[in-house]
Design a protein around this ligand. Structure first.
Ligand code: ADP
Length: 431
């Protein structure tokens, strides 16, 4: 069976999944991650057969960086599962102004994606590192970059613009929006799970350790709570969400803080963690009797409600509201807190249904409420398969169009191309 490897690389973790491709259908075979890269590396992974699992720790210098993590994970995939991926799909946070869809990576695409590093300095380099490693070792293995920003690139000019001089906009200081792969997946599930609202106006709340919201009109993104970076919008585990830019000026000018110190404050020391003084994890806060924990949870729900108002205004009203990601999928209590702030829209929760989902609104609710689990990795696998199966899409969008995207090296699941070479990509995971 052909397989596709999905890679989602962060600063200290490498998440991976392997999908089998059979009859055009994708079937998850393996899911795993290496955490604590460079500090306390731990590889945990499991096959869908529930049998072949690994939970192994390493010395810090054994897995010092992302390439080393890929080697360890790859060796295990090959030994335990005989995985020989025909293609690799990557999550890449930033596609800049140019890329409005996934793209097959070649040298010129990689160069362009590197140029977006200033737009996402904490994430883009980590996302690109595995692509570069695989490309240098196995240049014939097709790799597809899937962007968190791409799903939002259809926003109107008004939505994308900050009211600052044009020259900054032209160099990329725009509202992008993130979590696009998650929203795209949820939008793809709506016709099945919630057919009455799928073609209508729906707000989706992706509430995880990173949190954002998206306004969907007939399944397309028209507005997002996030903007230039993933700092905007909702409060998150350790990020404050929307904050007056004057606060940053104050910290710079009056407190003498450096850019790096402010970055640390805004990315790692704010949000639920700062509000509660206890934890960034909603599970911990929900189990705490400390009033600060309750305050943090109320604050989060209030801000989701405020954002719902903003997005409902963008849509001119809503027919549906969807919860997804770690908090949205797993916390009935937080969903109940949030729906209280949606009552003015006519939303009414069914408390029994809220315990399980997917439909959680009462019969009389004017807004249909749902819980729809997201699956960003499956979305990447779908894109990777679709791109490789459709030669006319090998060339990317916008500035990425250089006309020289190379075809993949081999067919997947019978989707053949006469120019595809026969070189096996199995060595990726044995290196
Ligand atoms: P990410 O992918 O951004 O790391 P997730 O979507 O996995 O985030 O969400 C992680 C967060 O979800 C955790 O920090 C925790 O706050 C929350 N979470 C997970 N499970 C539960 C649960 N059962 N109840 C409440 N919150 C939960």
């Amino acid at each position: 069976m052909d397989t596709i490897l999905i890679v989602n690389a962060g600063s200290s973790s490498l998440k991976f999944q392997v999908y089998g491709v059979a009859g055009g259908a994708l079937n998850r075979l393996v899911k795993g991650q290496m955490d604590g890269i460079g500090t306390r590396p731990q590889l945990r992974a499991q096959g869908s057969d529930q049998k072949s699992a690994i939970d192994r720790t390493f010395a810090a210098d054994e897995v010092a960086d992302l390439p080393a993590a890929m080697q360890r994970a790859g060796a295990w995939l090959r030994e335990a599962h005989n995985v020989r991926p025909a293609a690799v799909g990557h999550r890449v946070v930033h596609g800049g102004p140019a890329f409005d869809r996934p793209i097959l990576v070649d040298d010129s695409v990689l160069t362009q994606l590197e140029q977006y590093t200033p737009l996402a300095p904490l994430h883009q380099p980590n996302n690109l590192a595995p692509i570069r490693v695989i490309r240098s070792l196995f240049p014939d293995t097709p790799q597809v970059a899937c962007f968190d920003t791409a799903f939002h690139r259809g926003h109107s000019a008004i939505v994308d613009r900050y009211a600052i001089p044009e020259r900054y906009h032209a160099e990329g200081v725009q509202r992008y929006g993130f979590h696009g792969l998650s929203y795209e997946f949820v939008a793809s599930r709506l016709p099945e799970v919630a057919p009455r609202i799928a073609g209508g106006r729906v707000v989706v709340a992706h509430l995880g350790s990173g949190a954002s919201m998206c306004a969907l009109a007939a399944g397309r993104s028209v507005e997002s709570s996030m903007g230039f970076t993933a700092l905007d919008g909702l409060p998150m585990g350790t990020r404050p969400g929307q904050i007056d830019a004057g606060v940053v000026l104050y910290l710079l000018g009056q407190k003498g803080m450096s850019g790096a110190e402010i970055e640390k404050l805004l990315y790692y020391e704010s949000g639920l963690k700062a509000l509660s003084g206890i934890s960034n994890d909603v599970r911990v806060l929900e189990n705490s009797a400390d009033p600060r924990a309750g305050f943090a949870l109320d604050y989060f729900a209030y801000r989701v409600g405020l954002e719902a108002g903003r997005l409902a205004a963008a849509l001119g009203g809503i027919e549906g509201f969807v919860f997804t990601a770690g908090i949205g999928e797993n916390s009935p209590a937080m969903r109940a807190r949030i729906v209280r702030h949606l009552a003015w829209l006519g939303a009414e929760l069914d408390p029994q249904a809220n315990a399980h989902g997917p439909a959680i609104s009462s019969p009389g609710s004017r807004v249909e409420l749902y819980v729809i689990p997201t699956d960003e990795e499956l979305m990447i696998a779908r894109h990777t398969l679709a791109l490789l199966a459709t030669p006319e899409r090998w060339i990317g969008a916008g500035e990425g169009r250089d006309g020289v995207s190379r075809p993949p090296n081999r067919a997947i699941d019978g989707h053949s191309s006469p120019s595809w070479s026969t070189r096996s990509s199995s060595t990726i995971i044995s290196s």
